[in-house]
Design a protein around this ligand. Structure first.
Ligand SMILES: NC(=O)c1ccc[n+]([C@@H]2O[C@H](COP(=O)([O-])OP(=O)(O)OC[C@H]3O[C@@H](n4cnc5c(N)ncnc54)[C@H](OP(=O)(O)O)[C@@H]3O)[C@@H](O)[C@H]2O)c1
Length: 419
């Protein structure tokens, strides 16, 4: 170790001048025995194998997903190399597009697990510059009990953003970071991955970029029974705006008003939806938060005001089209990003509507701001987590299937690896 180094931080060894300095042993190729969580206990308690659910066969054209698409395998426990950490996966989110990734030619290959689940995990052994044993970290994880990861594994994207993110949390990734102790003390893993995961963050950044949201705003939030929409509707209501949400059927619409405490909710499948929308927005719509696209978006776009604001982040109508009654057939085929049709794009242009359409990862450098603002809302009871946790590693296939067979009730579907 160099003479001036005085302390160890998340970013590695820092000198007393605040600059990173190199550990002589590592630089010289000497691998010091790395610390392990619980020392001997780790060796005694850690299984020798990793359990993993892999894809047994691709999802076909009919998009039918069943537990038979999954197969359980066991593999030897990996050993972290220099610069890596071994983590135990605690809980992962299932996203709307998981099933699509299981189709032929997509990222989840037969014989492999889906490695893209946004998850949290406990660091068990670390030879990584940022992750310390015992840390709870967010990462992309497979349906496996343990895996190795690294804060230094580069991912695709803009180098500028990575520089900002590295500065913030010592990671080269826009998804991987260490949860701050203040967050881990306050919130359980399911809340961390829901409110402070992609659902809450997407909603927060979306409404911030369409903001400031004021009590005078008349806002439509699509996908309100789903994970991002449920967060966005509550955030807008907390700002005092008039908020209308949507559900697939009268019962789901009623859940929206009863549970989220917003002003009104409509059944987006109703035959007289256009008339109901006009009645709900006699003075037009100032802000539209849209994770669905399709016919609902076409109806809403017609009511949007001149110079209004539009956040488009997803295309549930297309993703879940197989679960819908026939009416989606009448929709103009989705043209652009996130299922926005040409007709909607024309309205945006003609009415000079401010459009925000991006993946939340582009705001990764603002995570601490988002966590702090969302925390304030949760702690003042203005924002409730809306999530559904399926517990037990053996239930992972059933859990993933529940996203697509109508049994995942509301909000974010999450798989907790231990029962
Ligand atoms: N840009 C980003 O950074 C970002 C981040 C997160 C998610 N996304 C994307 O955003 C979309 C939504 O994600 P999510 O996690 O909120 O999904 P989710 O939890 O699965 O919720 C889907 C929502 O869409 C509604 N819906 C389904 N089909 C519909 C239709 N034909 N018309 C109107 N509403 C319909 C559902 O209502 P019912 O269940 O009541 O029918 C539900 O409220 C996905 O495309 C996802 O990939 C993007």
């Amino acid at each position: 170790m160099t003479a001036d180094s005085t302390f160890v931080s998340r970013r590695g060894l820092l000198s007393n001048t605040g600059k990173a300095t190199v550990v002589a042993g590592i630089a010289g190729g000497i691998t010091q025995p790395f610390r392990s969580l619980g020392g001997v206990a780790w060796a005694a308690e850690t299984p020798k194998t990793v359990k993993k659910w892999v894809l047994a066969k691709n999802v076909g054209e009919d998009l039918k997903l069943t537990p038979e698409h999954f197969k359980l395998v066991e593999e030897p426990m990996p050993t972290p190399k220099q610069g890596e950490a071994l983590v135990k996966v605690v809980l992962c989110n299932i996203h709307a597009s998981t099933r699509n990734l299981m189709r032929p030619g997509k990222s989840t290959k037969v014989g492999e697990t889906d490695k893209t689940n946004y998850a949290c995990a406990r660091v068990m052994q670390s030879r990584d510059k940022t992750y310390r044993e015992g840390d709870l970290i967010a990462l992309q994880a497979g349906w496996n009990t343990y895996q190795v990861t690294s804060s230094d594994w580069p991912q695709e994207g803009s180098p500028r953003e990575f520089a900002l993110v590295d500065e913030l949390n010592g990671s080269l990734s826009r998804t991987d970071y260490v949860f701050r102790p203040v967050m881990v003390r306050q919130y359980t893993p399911d809340v961390l991955m829901d409110v402070f995961g992609t659902s809450g963050l997407t909603a927060y950044y979306g409404m911030r970029e369409c903001g400031p949201i004021t009590p005078k705003d008349r806002i439509a939030v699509a996908g309100t029974t789903g994970s991002v929409g449920a967060m966005a509707a509550q955030i807008c209501k907390a700002k005092g705006a008039y908020v209308v949400g949507f559900g697939g059927g009268a019962e789901r619409a009623k859940w929206v008003t009863d549970t989220l405490g917003i002003d009104k909710a409509l059944d987006y499948r109703a035959k007289d939806l256009d008339a109901q929308l006009k009645a709900a927005f006699p003075n037009g719509i100032d802000v539209y938060c849209d994770g669905v696209g399709g016919p609902l978006t076409e109806s809403i776009a017609k009511l949007m005001n001149q110079d209004s604001r539009y956040f488009s982040y997803g295309s549930s109508a297309g993703i879940y089209a197989d679960l819908q009654p026939d009416y989606t057939a009448s929709a103009e085929k989705s043209a652009g990003m996130f299922g926005m049709s040409q007709a909607v794009a024309n309205i945006i242009k003609e009415r000079h509507i401010k459009l925000e359409a991006w993946n939340q990862a582009v705001w990764a450098q603002d995570r601490i701001e988002a966590e702090n603002k969302l925390s304030q809302l949760v702690n003042t009871k203005k924002l409730k987590p809306i999530n559904y946790v399926v517990k037990g590693f053996e239930n992972i296939p059933k859990g993933v299937v529940s996203q697509y067979d109508g049994t995942n009730p509301y909000g974010k579907l999450q798989l907790q690896y231990e029962a």
